[in-house]
Design a protein around this ligand. Structure first.
Ligand SMILES: *Cc1c(COP(=O)(O)O)cnc(C)c1O
Length: 229
């Protein structure tokens, strides 16, 4: 508990320093705690330290954790950040607040159709394959424009912005380059009239570079919960 709380504080300090360096208000960056492979008790500890937004990669693992933490539900936001297959869209539409990994129209259409009427529209980001990720997830940059306009038109989704997982780089300037590309893609869409407010980029190793390039949401696992087993 003490460790997780201390880690969250330390990450908040890194975010604050990066915002100061970029002359951005610290409130312009949301911390998403990535709790994949962590026990529900670790999420509860982070919640106790004030953390409210959690990111999960695997649908079934996330559903189990949500059930174990049902008492916290009204105050917690659950974000799916891992790849999403078409056959899992219904439970995702029913249980998550955000999906960051939409990379094709068929999945977006299903999420929109399956989002329950009593819930607000599902927040989504389009995942972009910004540096030819080895994972192969994400839409190609050239596809993003058409995909964004099609997704923005779906009634039960709210398109919030773009997400990427760049290849790991050690050097700060090398880390900035793919984040800059994602920001530029987003700026084209905004100029085109889409009301996007979220750039989901930056992880434990590169959050400073991501914030320097305009990230509004950093997805942090290891720096909060420690190495994954
Ligand atoms: C695991 C994961 C993260 C967190 O990575 P860390 O390096 O542990 O901070 C962020 N985003 C996505 C999509 C992930 O899968």
């Amino acid at each position: 508990m003490a460790t997780i709380a201390n880690n969250i504080q330390q990450v908040q300090r890194r975010i604050a320093a990066a915002c100061a360096a970029a002359q951005r208000p610290v409130q312009s960056v949301t911390l998403l705690a990535v709790s994949k492979t962590q026990e529900a008790s670790a999420v509860r500890d982070a919640f106790g330290a004030g953390q409210r937004a959690f990111g999960e990669n695997y649908v079934q693992e996330a559903l189990d954790k949500m059930a174990a933490l049902a008492d916290l539900r009204p105050q917690v936001e659950w974000h799916l950040i891992g790849p999403l297959q078409s056959n899992k869209t219904r439970v995702v539409a029913e249980h998550f607040d955000w999906v960051h990994s939409v990379d094709r129209l068929r999945v977006a259409q299903r999420l929109s159709e399956q989002r329950p009427a009593h819930l607000p529209p599902l927040n989504v980001c389009l995942q972009v394959n910004i540096s030819g990720e080895s994972s192969k997830s994400g839409a190609a940059p050239a596809e993003v424009h058409a995909l964004a306009h099609a997704v923005a038109a779906l009634p039960r989704l709210r398109l919030r912005g773009l997400m990427a997982i760049p290849e790991p780089e050690g050097d700060f300037e090398a880390q900035r380059a793919p984040h800059r590309l994602l920001r530029e893609l987003q700026q084209v869409l905004v100029r085109d009239g889409l009301p996007l407010d979220t750039l989901s980029m930056g992880m434990s190793a590169d959050l400073e570079a991501a914030i320097a390039e305009g990230s509004t949401l950093v997805r942090i696992g290891t720096a909060i919960f420690g190495a994954r087993g």
